[in-house]
Design a protein around this ligand. Structure first.
Ligand code: OOG
Ligand code: NI
Length: 467
């Protein structure tokens, strides 16, 4: 037995502590969590098939604790230290998202667990954006922003010591793990006292509201925390009953019987009191709430189809409301197969393979049938069971929509033409710059799904062979 607390344990504790902190800081988040839990309970009660599948593969327990959060940092050094901080909790940078084509001056990755059992234990992820100061037009303002960022330290001395200790000795013991969670939480806490005077805040804000949010405070406050729902349309409908005003449209694909990728909606950022240098009271909008519904991860082929169909809708004039937008999406996505078997047979989505618990059929299988390239036949004969692999990542067009909904009020539809063209086609040189700042390469999410699918298939075949 290791003397160290597992990174999965530390992540689970940290996610819980973060959720408790955010609930105190933003009471509407608590209301949203209650709404999501009520809708999830009702959805599971009404759909016995879904409940059974979730219980066997994905985990109802996982659903209850599942969250993602988001932060924005200002410098390569901050991003690199965050990478080390998240590694203590078994969270690694997966995927690269360039938001600049959508007019958002950041690029991003998601820190998350990568292994099957780690995801099962607690899938907490943090969408992490790095400011691109080169996109600040004014030289003078850029220099001031960089000086402000240079002067701050977003990490406590304690957390830095614990990160170094964990790296040196290969883990943290109970006392250190507990201290780590408390110290790490400080980086994500809200500070209502700005580090600048009002004119500086206003000048940076005029450049881009996001720049002021990143530069003018002592730390990268967590700006939202997102629970996972089984029925996002129902949550969006009921949000007003809970005193929450949703953004105009749900981002991502439309409702499907076999859910695809990720659907998201959020409520508007709150106007919160802050104090500028010189004891000058003002306000800042940064923090909001979001919900997500996760579906199956798509292969390169499936993703290309998704991007094409989404772009065909984004190219139209913005829809007047969510119902119109969803109707357009539903029409466009008629071309996308809407059952698991077709998604699998056409190589559009990733699946997790399990040996069937009832092996009456597979006993009659000749040994040479138990081959990786024979998986579909084995599923059809009932020897293997295939369950959709949950999409664990994010979508750049949707993320841009979430960012934008908190920066302006006049936006009512997702993805401009330009954004859609850029979805899934990051510019190679900006990714290299991001990775240089991070101090590591980001993990390719598609390769990761492919490997997990292959590993699950090989393990399932091995189990069948040994029976
Ligand atoms: C991040 C927005 C993106 C998502 O779920 O796509 C995001 C931010 O506003 O910092 O969280
Ligand atoms: Ni989010």
């Amino acid at each position: 037995m290791s003397q160290w607390i597992s990174p999965d344990q530390i992540r689970a504790r940290f996610a819980r502590a973060m959720s408790e902190m955010y609930r105190k800081e933003v009471p509407q988040y608590g209301a949203l969590v209650e709404l999501v839990e009520a809708v999830n309970r009702e959805t599971l009660a009404a759909d016995a098939g879904l409940a059974a599948r979730l219980a066997s593969a994905d985990g109802v327990r996982r659903l209850g604790v599942e969250r993602h959060g988001a932060i924005r940092v200002g410098t390569p050094a901050e991003l690199a230290m965050l990478r080390r901080l998240f590694a203590v909790m078994g969270m690694f940078p997966v995927g690269y998202y360039d938001l600049s084509p959508a007019g958002v001056p950041v690029h991003s990755t998601a820190f998350r667990p990568v292994a099957d059992d780690a995801l099962q234990e607690n899938p907490f992820r943090v969408f992490t954006s790095l400011l691109r100061p080169e996109l600040i037009a004014s030289d003078d303002l850029r220099q001031r922003a960089l000086a402000l960022l240079d002067a701050r330290d977003i990490f406590t001395p304690g957390v830095k010591t614990l990160i170094e200790r964990s790296e040196a000795q290969g883990g943290l013991d109970e006392g250190d793990a507990r201290a780590f969670v408390n110290e790490a939480l400080e980086t994500f806490r809200w500070h209502s006292d700005a580090t600048v005077d009002r004119p500086t805040y206003e000048a940076l804000s005029a450049e881009h509201r996001l720049i002021a949010d990143v530069v003018c405070f002592r730390g990268p406050h967590i700006n939202h925390l997102t629970p996972r729902t089984l029925d996002i349309d129902e949550v969006q409908r009921r949000m007003p009953e809970y005193g929450i005003e949703p953004k105009a449209i749900i981002e991502g694909p439309p409702y499907r019987r076999a859910p695809l990728l990720l659907r998201q909606t959020s409520f508007k950022a709150l106007d919160e009191p802050v104090r500028f240098v010189g004891d000058d009271p003002g306000s800042h909008t940064a923090r909001f709430g979001e919900i997500e519904q996760r579906g199956v991860a798509l292969t390169v082929k499936g993703r290309a189809l998704y991007d094409r169909l989404l772009a065909s809708v984004s190219q139209q004039a913005p829809a007047a409301d969510n119902a119109t937008h969803q109707a357009r999406l539903t029409e466009a996505f008629a071309e996308f197969p809407d059952n698991e078997a077709a998604l699998r047979r056409q190589g559009l989505a990733f699946f997790h393979y399990w040996p069937a618990s009832d092996l009456r059929n597979s006993r009659q299988l000749p040994a040479d049938a138990l081959r990786v390239d024979n998986a579909e036949a084995l599923v059809e004969r009932g020897a293997l069971v295939a369950t959709p692999m949950v999409y664990e990542d994010f979508l750049p067009v949707s993320a841009a929509g979430i960012f934008q909904s908190n920066l302006s009020d006049d936006r009512s539809s997702s993805g401009s033409e330009e954004q859609s063209r850029n979805e899934g086609q990051p510019d190679g040189s900006s990714q290299a710059r991001f990775e240089a700042a991070l101090g590591a390469e980001v993990i390719d999410e598609v390769a990761l799904y492919a490997r997990r699918e292959r590993d699950s298939l090989e393990a399932a075949l091995k189990a069948l062979k040994s029976r």
